[in-house]
Design a protein around this ligand. Structure first.
Ligand code: SF4
Length: 381
C-alpha cells in the first residue's frame, strides 16, 4: 500500500474523517466557514471570520481586498503555517488528495486539513507536493548561503522518490519550463546573484518542482517592476493552462484579477463580502465595497487630471472592528439600525454569485433598485 494511502487511512481511523472518494464535479479544495483568530495581549484579532469558497481543478480563484483584510492569513490557515499567536477556532478545509505519491492517475480521497496537526507527516507531505506556495518576497524565501538549485533539489528529494542526479535534472527542467535561460548554469547560482524577475521565476520553479495540483500565489508580482510583472503573470497563466494546476491568486490589484482569475472572492476585515465568476463580478458587482473598488480602477477612458473616486475613510483597526457589517462606516448605502446592529449573511444571487449585504436580504432590502450605488447617507462608526 502506498505510504500516503497508509497515512490517510491512519488519519481517517484516528480522526473519523470520511474517506468517501470525491465525485467528478467536486472541487479540489473546499473552505467552509473558516475562522482564524490572533490572541494578542491587546485583545483578539478576528483575522479570518467565516470565510467560505471553493477551488475547482484547473481553475484560478482570485482573492482580492485591501491590506489587512485577511487574504494571507486565510492561506496560512489552509496550509497550517499560522504564527504561534494565531489559531484556527472553527471551520473546515478539505482537500482532494492523491493517495499514490505524485502519480496523476492515482485514486483520490478527501482529507480534512483543519483536523491535522501543523507538523504532522501528512501536512508536511501536503505542503509542497499537493499545495505549493509562491511567496510575496522571493529573496526571503531562498536561503542566501545555498544555491537555488540545491534548495529546489532538497524539496524534490523530500517529496519524490528520485536519486540526486534525477532531482538535479528535474530542477533543470522546471527552470527551463519557467523560461530561465541557461538553466544548467543558473541552477548553481545563489539567490542574490539573480535579478528580481529571475528570482521570482526560480521560486515558481521550486513551487512547481513536485507537480502540486494547487498553487497559492501570494501577491507574487508586488516586489517586481511592471514589465517583469506582466511576464510573470503570462508565465503563470501559461503554466496553469499547460499543467491544469489550480491557483489561488492573492492580490489587492483588480487589474491582475481580471487577467488571471476565473472566480473572485472579495474580502474585507476577515470576511467575504462577495464572490462569483470573474465576468459577473466585473459586470454586475452587487456589494457596495466591490462596486467602490471597481470604480477606483484607473482606465484608459478616465478623464485626464480628474481624481479617481476613492473609498471614504480607512479600514478599521483590527482590534476595533465595527459592529454589524464591518464595512458600514465607509458604505454609501448604510442603513442605520440595520447595518450597524447585525452581521449580514451570505446570500446566493444565482450563477454561483454570492453577496454578504443587507441590501439583498428580503427582510431588510429597501424597496428602491439595489444594484445602483446611491448618494452617500449619514454614516455611523
Ligand atoms: Fe453597506 Fe449595509 Fe451592505 Fe454593509 S450591509 S455593505 S453597510 S448596505
Amino acid at each position: 500500500m502506498p505510504i500516503i494511502s497508509k497515512l490517510v487511512n491512519n488519519t481517517v481511523a484516528k480522526t473519523g474523517i470520511t474517506s468517501a472518494p470525491p465525485g467528478p464535479n467536486d472541487p479540489l479544495l473546499r473552505v467552509e466557514d473558516l475562522r482564524a483568530y490572533f490572541y494578542m495581549d491587546e485583545g483578539i484579532v478576528k483575522a479570518v471570520d467565516g470565510v467560505s469558497f471553493e477551488v475547482h481543478p484547473g481553475k484560478v480563484v482570485g482573492i482580492v481586498g485591501e491590506s489587512g483584510c485577511g487574504k494571507s492569513v486565510t492561506m496560512k490557515a489552509i496550509l497550517q503555517i499560522l504564527e504561534p499567536t494565531a489559531k484556527i477556532v472553527s471551520g473546515k478545509v478539505s482537500l482532494r488528495m492523491r493517495t499514490g505519491s505524485d502519480d496523476p492517475n492515482s485514486a483520490e480521497e478527501w482529507i480534512e486539513l483543519t483536523r491535522q496537526k501543523p507538523n504532522s507527516r501528512i501536512m508536511r507531505r501536503i505542503r509542497g507536493a499537493e499545495i505549493a506556495l509562491i511567496p510575496q518576497e522571493p529573496m526571503a524565501a531562498f536561503s542566501p548561503v545555498h544555491t537555488v538549485g540545491n534548495q529546489i533539489m532538497e524539496t524534490i528529494l523530500l517529496h519524490r522518490k528520485v536519486s540526486k542526479a534525477e532531482a538535479r535534472q528535474i530542477a533543470i527542467d522546471v527552470f527551463r519550463a519557467v523560461g530561465i535561460s541557461m538553466p544548467e548554469q543558473r541552477i548553481d547560482s545563489y539567490s542574490w546573484e539573480l535579478s528580481g524577475g529571475l528570482r521570482q521565476r526560480a521560486i515558481i520553479a521550486m513551487a512547481l518542482s513536485c507537480n502540486p495540483r494547487l498553487l497559492i500565489a501570494d501577491e507574487p508580482t508586488t516586489a517586481i517592476d511592471v514589465t517583469t510583472q506582466a511576464q510573470i503573470l503570462k508565465l503563470l497563466r501559461r503554466l496553469q493552462e499547460e499543467r491544469q494546476t489550480s491557483i489561488i491568486f492573492i492580490t489587492h490589484d483588480l487589474g491582475v484579477i481580471a487577467q488571471m482569475a476565473d472566480e473572485v472572492v472579495v474580502m474585507y476585515l476577515g470576511m467575504v463580502m462577495e464572490r462569483g465568476p470573474v465576468m459577473t463580478i466585473f459586470k454586475d458587482a452587487r456589494h457596495p465595497y466591490t462596486q467602490a473598488l471597481l470604480r477606483s480602477i484607473p482606465s484608459v477612458q478616465s478623464t485626464p487630471r480628474v481624481k479617481l473616486p476613492t473609498i471614504a475613510g480607512s479600514i478599521a483597526h483590527p482590534f476595533n472592528r465595527p459592529s454589524g457589517c464591518p464595512f458600514h462606516p465607509r458604505c454609501t448605502r448604510f442603513m442605520r439600525g440595520v447595518c450597524n446592529t447585525a452581521e449580514p449573511r451570505m446570500i446566493p444571487l444565482g450563477d454561483n454569485h454570492f453577496v454578504n449585504c443587507f441590501l439583498y436580504s428580503q427582510e431588510t432590502a429597501p424597496a428602491a433598485d439595489t444594484a445602483a450605488p446611491a448618494a452617500p447617507t449619514e454614516q455611523s462608526a
